[in-house]
Design a protein around this ligand. Structure first.
Ligand code: AMP
Length: 220
């Protein structure tokens, strides 16, 4: 039996998790599973989960653990998740981390690596406020550090670039506070496991990506 290996990107909003997780997913040929993207798709489609999540997401708070664990559980049952997935933005609470451990134990799956990206707060606020996201394919840009070739247009699919509602300054502050209170405790939760790696999120996208690949290669 093949053991599925799942990878977790841990870190504050704006640290570069999404960008790095998308690239890592390509490299590993595993699906990129972003709970934030899944929730935004539910909001757009007007599903029951979307209706319940929309206001919470706009405020910068976290969606309830029960909903999140349910959507992750369903996602892991899909055929393409059988070798593992790259989690981005999950788990985000101790409860979710426990739920994931239980799920993996049931299926005999493992955590391939926990990649904890670290960056100081000032840099994070700058990255979030300049972030733009493709409305069609979800590719991530930055107005200064990773601008598209044509202003406002995605290089990959030609979709229009938008600023996320929750990338406004007041909501950014709230999301960082929520991260400290709810998600930062996960660092202690994973810290002593051999799969845990602390990676500096400073510098260019390529530099951070090289650090991630090296951390995983050295461990593997
Ligand atoms: P993200 O795209 O990961 O920054 O997520 C955007 C928003 O979706 C967050 O601010 C939360 O409101 C919600 N969200 C995404 N993932 C989770 C999660 N694992 N647990 C709770 N809420 C989440």
């Amino acid at each position: 039996m093949i053991v599925a290996k799942h990878f977790i990107f841990l870190g504050a909003p704006g640290v570069g998790k999404g960008t790095q997780a998308q690239r890592f997913a390509q490299l590993m040929d595993l699906p990129h599973v972003s709970t934030g993207d899944m929730l935004r798709a539910s909001v757009q489609s007007g599903s029951e989960i979307g209706l319940r999540a929309a206001a919470v997401m706009e405020s910068g708070a976290l969606v309830g653990d029960e909903i999140i664990v349910r959507i992750v559980e369903e996602r892991l049952l899909l055929e393409d998740a059988s070798d593992g997935v790259i989690f981005d933005g999950f788990p985000r609470t101790i409860h979710q981390a426990h739920a994931l451990d239980n799920l993996l134990a049931v299926h005999g799956d493992e955590i391939g690596a926990v990649l904890h990206l670290d960056l100081d707060d000032e840099e994070i606020v700058g990255r979030l406020s300049g972030r733009r996201v493709c409305s069609k394919c979800g590719a991530i840009y930055h107005i200064r550090y990773h601008a598209p070739t044509v202003y406002g247009i995605c290089d990959i699919c030609g979709g229009g670039l938008l600023q996320r509602d929750d990338d406004q300054p007041a909501v950014i502050r709230k999301r960082l506070a929520v991260y400290q209170a709810e998600t930062a405790p996960l660092i202690a939760y994973y810290h002593d496991r051999p799969a845990y790696h602390l990676v500096s999120g400073e510098g260019e996208v390529d530099d951070v990506f090289s650090r991630i690949v090296k951390a995983v290669e050295v461990a593997g």
